[in-house]
Each structure stands twice: as C-alpha cells, then as structure tokens.
Design a protein around this ligand. Sequence first.
Ligand SMILES: Nc1ncnc2c1ncn2[C@@H]1O[C@H](COP(=O)(O)OP(=O)(O)OP(=O)(O)O)[C@@H](O)[C@H]1O
Ligand SMILES: [Mg+2]
Length: 458
Amino acid sequence: MVSILVVDDEAPNRDALERIFAREGWNVRTACDGREALDVLRDADVGVILTDLKMPGMDGMELLRAARHVAPDVPVILATAYGTVDVAVGAMKEGAWDFVAKPLRRAEVVASVQRALEQHRLAAENRVLRAEVAGQQADAMVGRSDAMRLLLDEARQVAGSVATVLLTGESGTGKGTLARWIHTHSARSAARLVTVNCGAIPDALLESELFGYEPGAFTGAVGRKEGRFDAAAGGTLFLDEVTELPAALQVKLLRVLQDGEYERLGGTRTLKADVRILAATNRDPEREVADGRLRADLYYRLNVIRLDVPPLRGRRADIPALARTLVGRHAARHGRPVAGIDADAMALLEGYAWPGNVRELENALERAVVLARGTHVAAGDLPPAVRHATPSVPDTPDSLRFSPGTPLAIVERRMIEATLAQCDGDRSLAANLLGIAARTIYRREAEWRAGRDDETTG
Ligand SMILES: Nc1ncnc2c1ncn2[C@@H]1O[C@H](COP(=O)(O)OP(=O)(O)OP(=O)(O)O)[C@@H](O)[C@H]1O
Ligand SMILES: [Mg+2]
C-alpha cells in the first residue's frame, strides 16, 4: 500500500497529520527535513508528499526540486503560512501539485491528499500504458515463459542470417507476430516485409500475385505488373499458410529457394530474387508431406530452420503480461480509459484453456476493454466461455522449473509472481506464505515495473 510522506521539522505538526491520515486508513511515513524525506522516498512506496515550506537544512522548495528527479510521479503538496502565497504560486510553477494554508484545516488537507493520491495512481497507470504502446510500436513479442524465452533466443540467433525459417504452431499462437519480429531484428529490417497469405488468394491469381506478369501474359494483362517477390526485393517475403500453395507454384517456389531465380508470368527474362523467405503453417508439415499435399523437396528447403510456437495453454506464465499488453493496445485503439485487469479477471484468464490461443485472448480482451465500466477489466467483462470454465489445476508451471545456476533474482521473481497469482494478488497473504514482509513484495514489484522494458523483447 502506498504511503503519505509527511515532512515537517516540528514533531507536534507531524503527529497531528499522522493522526488525521491514520483516521482515513492511510499509511504514513514521516521525515523531519528534506534530506530525510529523500531517503524515505528512495526506499518506500510513497504516493504523495506533504511538506512544510520552512525547515532548517533542506527546505520544502529544495525538496520539491529534488523529488522531481527521484520520484517524478509523486505529487508534492506544500504547507505554507499565510502571507507566503506568492512563494506557493512559484512552487506550483516548479511542479508542486497543490498547496495548503497553515494553520492546516483537516478537511482541506484530506481532500488535497485524496486528489493527489488519485493523480499518482493515474500517472502510474498511464506510464504502464505508454510503455505498452511503445512496446507495441516496436513490435514487441511478449514472452516470459521458459518456452517463449527459448524460442526467442533461437529466433534472435537466426534473425541475422538469410536462412529460410519455417514457423509452425496452432492457429493464433503468434506465428505472424514472430515473423515480423524476425524481420525487424534482421539486417533487412530497413527494407520491406511483404506478406502473402497463400490460403487467402485464389489459385488462379496467386502466381501473378507472387511473381508478377508481363504485358500480354493473359487476356487483360495490359501493362507489366510486379509481383510480391519484386516488392520484397532487399527485404523479407513472408509466405503465410504456405502448405496451401497449389502444386505448380510449389515447384516455382522451390526453384526460387534453390537457385534464387524466377520468371514473371508470360515473361522470358529470368529474374534474380533478392528475398529472405519466412514461411508459416498451422498444419503439421510432415503430415502434409505424407498426405501428398506438400512436396517433400520443398518441405526440406523450407524447413532449414524450424521454429515451433507453443500453444498458449502450454505457457501460462505468458498470460498476465500478454493480457496487460493487449489491454493497453485496445484501450489506446478504442480511446478507453482502461488501465489494467483486476485480480478476479486475471485469475480467470490464467485458468482458461485458450483453444484459440493468443488471438482468442486478444479478442476476449478487446471486447472486455469496450465493455469495462471501471478503469480495470473485471470478471464480468470477460466472455461467458472464459467466465464459466472450470479452472484446470496447474501442476508445477514451467515458470517454476529451474535449472541449477538460475540467477536467484529470477527464482525470487517467479516465485513471488506465482504465489501472488495463487493468492489472487493478495500481497499480505503471499508475503505470509513466502515468509517475507509485504513491503518487500511491493518494493520488488516497483523494481520490476521500473525494469519492465527489459521484460518485453522488442
Ligand atoms: N508474443 C506475443 N506478444 C504480443 N502479442 C502477441 C503475441 N503473440 C500473438 N500476439 C497477438 O495475437 C494475435 C494473433 O497472433 P498472430 O496473428 O501472430 O498468430 P498466428 O499464429 O499467425 O495465427 P494464424 O495461425 O491464425 O495465422 C495478434 O494480434 C498478435 O498481435
Ligand atoms: Mg498468422
């Protein structure tokens, strides 16, 4: 729980304020000058600072300036004696949140602190949203589970090469997202990523779509048309649903992969393809080969490097971070003031099986963001299927399987997160179970939030 930091050099004033705030049920920390206040600010979760203006040593104005640096999101309220209103106005220009006149009146102080706490909460939520929107723009792939970390490590290694990569995985797991991530992390990122959904374009058009045509190639082919291979020159061509390619085009694609050559439809000139090819399928490619739908030689060429994106139910540790990212994305898109997900709703999200994987999660949360009446997605905003699912009993989640040599900071974080999830976010209960102070959990969470940019790879 956040604290109110009361700074005054006179003990009776501090005590009086402490009593007033305690009656409101607020946590209070005190300091007798600016320097001591900064120490508290550094290691406690302070939501608002109420400081006297005149103090020996570091006074209220100096504290205000220092606090801007140490904790820019913590509102500062100055207590000023009558006759120093111009000082107070100057303080507002320096970034003070409010000022209250001395002698202090209880109702006025409480109201001011209340508004400041609300401001602090919104600022924190906005910061989360901004970070998430920024992450989304950088095409972040959320991946905290061991499975996704491993996958992203592999992806990072192959991103730099020109090797063909085959992405497999159930529908909605994030193959398209991973393809974009690889392109963004490749040496070709300045050039284009061109996507062709081989399953969505009618067979009759697919060849000219991919390779282009020359004038007179067929009735109606007036000018020359460039294909997607031309469009992707210097960049990356992403062939989605690649197993849907008709047999004739499989041959043509194989030739590009083997010799880097192709011809436009109706053309005689042989063109050189300068593209890096990524391909994806939600089918089992070996099965497609066995059933004669995918040429074996093409399969071997595509399958140089294989990245298999696991289903969401196999990496539940990703759900909270994914859910928060997706809420941020859709809150921004729909202009809705939804900043997060409450504990009940999160527990439901983590317990559901997600047969439609991340796409289903995204659809559920987009709907929830639009429906939400509060600032947080609540259980009632989720689709019935998610609300009424019987939660599967988790065995040891993969996030809690450690190998020797795992940094303790990681072990500690995963254990705290898993315990919190189990306790529906109840910090004091989790702290009791873990045998640590609740304060430690809050502090860790603040640290993780501060370092959240490192958490999304993007
Ligand atoms: N790791 C991730 N981080 C953030 N967003 C993700 C992640 N994985 C998937 N998504 C989001 O989930 C949605 C579905 O992902 P995507 O389209 O990449 O899946 P897919 O495997 O290509 O699905 P399909 O097989 O149906 O084509 C997208 O909106 C994407 O932004
Ligand atoms: Mg896709």
